[in-house]
Ligand binder design. Structure first.
Ligand code: ADP
Ligand code: ADP
Ligand code: ZN
Length: 214
């Protein structure tokens, strides 16, 4: 099963993608996590991506598309995957559609997690991220057992630089300009599914499972 998560930054794509990956036994592929791992490792890709990410801008398609295409060719992707944070532009979506079509394949579901902008800003200021395993938490809505420590891997959690309010507003503008048009793109492709992302974490997941099947 090949799934795309759509939605604004902070809509809950990553949170739900992790649960989907676990339930259906497919890898969770987050382009944001791949970029952050490269920044942490000091790679050339990481250095290129960092300046864009810090400003809340998208990393250019020339860098992002090649990186994602390499990832989905890896062995663990044969049974499918859940993409979180890709595609974010029409050219990214078109490249993915074409690469899959060349293999006689296609995306099964594009799940749009719908959350209004006002809710996003409060969610982001409370988000805490684990840069080691990619888990995300929320200080109120999804707290860790021990404050500031990742439940999954025990690493120290951080407030991401790009989750500060001024950068979040830039990211929302970028989202509306460049990413929101993908909702229509996947609706036309006949694979769009919409869920109400303002519900609690478990209810959102239940709605997604009822779309994807048990
Ligand atoms: P969030 O989960 O809050 O939506 P991500 O971790 O997905 O954020 O992305 C963080 C940043 O990484 C983005 O603001 C952008 O700079 C960069 N990024 C991630 N995915 C892409 C992509 N598909 N295209 C361009 N830039 C991306
Ligand atoms: P995205 O990957 O779309 O940027 P995340 O999954 O990282 O979003 O979620 C953003 C923040 O909101 C995190 O702090 C997360 O714990 C929290 N969150 C996710 N889903 C919900 C929900 N349904 N209700 C309340 N908070 C949520
Ligand atoms: Zn962790």
């Amino acid at each position: 099963m090949k799934i795309i998560m759509l939605g604004a930054p902070g809509a809950g794509k990553g949170t739900q993608a992790k649960k989907i990956a676990e339930k259906y036994g497919i890898p969770h592929i987050s382009t944001g996590d791949i970029f952050r791992a490269n920044i942490k490792g000091g790679t050339e890709l990481g250095m290129k991506a960092k300046s864009y990410m810090d400003q809340g801008q998208l990393v250019p398609d020339e860098i992002t598309i090649g990186m994602l295409m390499d990832r989905i060719k890896e062995n663990d992707c044969q049974k499918g995957y859940v993409l979180d944070g890709f595609p974010r532009t029409i050219p990214q979506a078109e490249s993915l559609t074409k690469a899959l079509a060349d293999m006689g394949d296609k995306i099964d579901y594009a799940v749009n997690v719908d959350v209004p902008d006002q809710v996003i800003v409060t969610r982001m200021s409370g988000r805490r991220a684990c840069l080691s395993c990619g888990a995300t938490y929320h200080i109120v809505y999804n707290p860790t057992k021990q404050e500031s420590v990742c439940d999954t891997c025990g690493s120290q959690l951080v407030l991401r630089d790009d989750d500060k309010p001024e950068t979040v507003l830039n990211r929302l503008t970028v989202y509306h300009d460049q990413t929101q048009p993908l909702i229509d793109y996947y609706k036309k492709a006949g694979v769009l599914a919409e869920v109400d992302g303002t519900q609690n974490l478990d209810k959102v997941f239940q709605d997604i499972v009822s779309i994807l099947g048990e």
